[in-house]
Design a protein around this ligand. Structure first.
Ligand SMILES: NC(=O)c1ccc[n+]([C@@H]2O[C@H](COP(=O)([O-])OP(=O)(O)OC[C@H]3O[C@@H](n4cnc5c(N)ncnc54)[C@H](O)[C@@H]3O)[C@@H](O)[C@H]2O)c1
Length: 274
């Protein structure tokens, strides 16, 4: 696949979308922006919902790849998750298939495997204890379940239609880590841009699933499949550790919100549809 130049960025008005709007052009991309919310400083952005199939067809027409960040990014009632994350992601894949877009980079989440026990609280880990990328799906919410669906949808579209995807199980991508758990799953925005760039440009990815984080000292998961794409993380959350641990204390292995990959998503009360 020739290196993509024009990339559709869905979810461009969101937190991660805003970070990537400023970081990805440095890699030479021209971004086409899509979000249901208008973007004040980008009047050219496409303002449309993922349920609008015609708008999606037009949005993907002629792009070299899609970075699919749009969707509900926290737990919500099932009907809302169904509409934006499940049907919305299906609509995007169908539009990409019909318009011949060769690759999608899909923002999956650690919450697809949130009920996986964390390797061990705190300190640097023996590499053999890191969670492998082929750990079974264990969603912690309807939100996490929608990310499992997205990964399986990506696999189907690769096997059936030859549409490639890199599914990135993002940890937490914020300018700085804000909690002790986040020390283990943090992805700096600069590393996020490095990883998305690697996912957009690597040769022959088929459907590849990768963990999305920086090279944190307290890392919980294995980055081998991400590194195989050419990703070389440059950041580590450790400089933030002393202050965060002094404020919040070490993780408590007896607390389910501390001892699973998904953090408080595993212990928050469920949001049932009725
Ligand atoms: N930020 C993180 O640390 C993190 C971690 C794991 C996964 N992710 C995933 O990455 C993506 C971006 O995360 P974020 O933190 O920027 O979330 P966000 O909520 O800030 O942004 C999501 C964007 O998607 C848009 N959107 C939602 N439903 C839509 C629909 N039906 N049609 C069109 N647009 C719609 C929203 O308007 C919003 O601008 C999400 O898919 C999220 O699940 C993010």
């Amino acid at each position: 696949m020739p290196a993509p130049r024009t990339v559709l960025l869905t979810g461009a008005a969101g937190g991660l979308g805003t970070l990537m709007r400023s970081l990805l052009p440095e890699y030479g991309y021209t971004l086409r922006l899509f979000d249901v919310r208008p973007i004040e400083d980008a009047p050219e952005a496409i303002t449309a919902d993922l349920t609008d199939k015609e708008a999606l067809r037009e949005a993907v027409r002629g792009v070299d790849a899609v970075l699919h960040l749009a969707g509900i990014s926290l737990e919500a009632p099932f009907e809302k998750i169904l509409r934006s994350n499940i049907e919305g992601t299906y609509n995007l894949y169908e539009a990409a298939r019909l318009e011949g877009v060769p690759r999608i980079v899909f923002a999956s989440s650690n919450h697809a495997v949130g009920f996986t026990p964390a390797p061990r609280a705190g300190t640097p880990l023996d590499p053999s204890a890191l969670i492998p990328i082929d750990t079974p799906h264990r969603p912690d919410t309807f939100y996490g379940l929608s990310k499992c669906f997205g990964e399986d949808l990506a696999q189907l579209y690769w096997d059936k239609h030859g549409l490639e995807t890199v599914s990135v199980r993002i940890g937490s991508c914020f300018p700085e880590p804000t909690g002790v758990r986040m020390l283990s799953v943090w992805m700096s925005p600069a590393d996020g841009a490095r990883l998305f760039h690697a996912a957009l440009t690597a040769e022959e990815v088929g459907h590849t699933v990768v963990h999305g984080s920086s090279a944190n000292t307290r890392l919980w998961w294995d980055l081998t499949s991400a590194r195989a794409l050419g990703y070389e993380p440059q950041d580590d959350s450790e400089p933030y550790a002393e202050k965060l641990i002094a404020e919040q204390g070490e993780l408590d292995p007896e607390n389910p919100a501390h001892s699973h990959l998904g953090g408080h998503f595993v212990s928050d009360p469920p949001i049932w549809p009725y």
